[in-house]
Design a protein around this ligand. Structure first.
Ligand SMILES: Nc1ncnc2c1ncn2[C@@H]1O[C@H](COP(=O)(O)OP(=O)(O)O)[C@@H](O)[C@H]1O
Ligand SMILES: [Mg+2]
Length: 153
């Protein structure tokens, strides 16, 4: 069986403003992933700088920070077998125009600067990003009654 991983997911300000929170969160749930943390918050500039530190100095960095801090986001930790890859394939390619139909970014987006969702790109990034947003706690360990019908032993 695949290893159980966690991914830090952000339903970004454009998705919240557009009323797509339920639709987007529902896609992760329906795929079989498990929510283990969730909060609604306007990300501060300081936190955005830590989270997107790898992009500092890139031409889109300032725009990215003002986008992510402009309005509230939903911050989540999602758990499951291969969760890092499974969440990213649910989200689709970074550029909505290159994202496969059926993915969140293809179904709801048209431009890279408003691509609706973030997800960790590796297990190591997930650990770092979960620490940034949930370092003070908020992760709930729980048993999901239907797990045996989603993940084999
Ligand atoms: N060329 C760009 N122009 C505007 N925004 C960008 C550009 N490249 C990346 N971004 C923004 O920065 C975020 C982080 O970039 P990246 O880590 O490469 O993608 P991903 O979110 O798919 O992991 C993207 O999701 C997008 O919001
Ligand atoms: Mg990234």
């Amino acid at each position: 069986m695949a290893t159980i991983e966690r991914s830090l997911v952000i339903v970004k300000p454009d998705a919240v403003q557009r009323g797509l929170v339920g639709e987007i969160v529902g896609r992760y749930e329906k795929r079989g992933l498990k929510i283990v943390a969730m909060k609604f918050e306007q990300v501060s500039e300081e936190t955005a700088g830590r989270h997107y530190g790898e992009h500092k100095g890139k031409p889109f960095y300032d725009g990215l920070v003002s986008y992510i801090t402009s309005s509230p986001s939903v911050l989540m930790v999602i758990e499951g077998p291969d969760a890092v890859n499974i969440v990213r394939t649910t989200n689709g390619a970074t550029k909505p125009g290159e994202a496969a139909p059926g993915t969140i970014r293809a179904d709801f987006g048209v431009t890279i600067g408003r691509n609706l969702v973030h997800a960790s790109d590796s297990v190591e990034s997930a650990a770092r990003e979960v620490g940034i947003f949930f370092g003070d706690g908020g992760i709930v360990e729980w048993n999901r009654a239907i797990d045996a019908w989603i993940v084999e032993d």
